[in-house]
Ligand binder design. Sequence first.
Ligand code: NCD
Length: 307
Amino acid sequence: MQELSVRHLLGIKDITPQDIQLIFETADNFKDVLNRPIKKVPSLRDITIANVFFENSTRTRLSFELAEKRLSADVINFSSSSSSVKKGETLLDTVNNILAMKVDMIVMRHSSPGAPHFLSKHIPANIVNAGDGTHEHPTQALLDSFSIRERLGEVAGKKVVIIGDILHSRVALSNIFALQKQGAEVMVCGPITLLPKYIKELGVKVETNVRKALEWCDVANVLRIQLERQQMKYFPSLREYTLYYGIDKKMLDSLNKEIVLMHPGPINRGVELSSDAADSHHSIILSQVENGVAVRMAVLYLLAQKG
Ligand code: NCD
């Protein structure tokens, strides 16, 4: 049986193109399961998974929880807003207490880049990074590529532009690694202040004009402005951002070609995407959410094989 090259999913940077293929093939099978009348398999019976979320989340937390339940795992949920972290407990102590309750796997979201990497060196459980600050969000990038593969047949050779707040986005970095590992061409587009200074060293194209970016691409993955991570002003106002970088249906229609429109959510409607663009036939935003469950099932299942 094929297996992953890693025992934790900390970032796309650490996994191989073969790992990505294996995750996708496994997710294809789980997607079939999810379309059956009985959407549940016994694969992770007797495995206990803790979802440890130190940062807000809707989609990712629900998607992991559903994936775990569809695999028949036992699930416990922890969110820092209602926990003893507020009383001064360290990350390691919090997690060790959870592990003392015999937990096999930890899915963690944390505002500090590297937090899941730190934990993986200190505890025996398998760890899945569900987003570490501005660093990586590997399962999001996997479900994004899986959705491109589903819509366009393959990822290799496709031109993908990531538009928006690249500087503060873990979705952007994980997507850049994932797309490049599969042989796609990657461009980033946004105001110069929201593009990291050394971004070109990652081997991506850089464009500040959104129309030119859309004319170039097969797929546009549009990101939210991460206002909660911005300590200073990177552009004059959201209105001005929308004026120069907002995408609407009129703009999409004027391209005279079909492009695939993606967004990891949550969308700020009327800022980076107009409602008529988000809800247009170009958009695969809800397919991304649907595929997220199958892809996360695949990741959890394959990591459980690694013990
Ligand atoms: C993203 C995240 O949390 O990094 N959302 C998600 O996981 N679906 C993107 C965002 O918050 O803008």
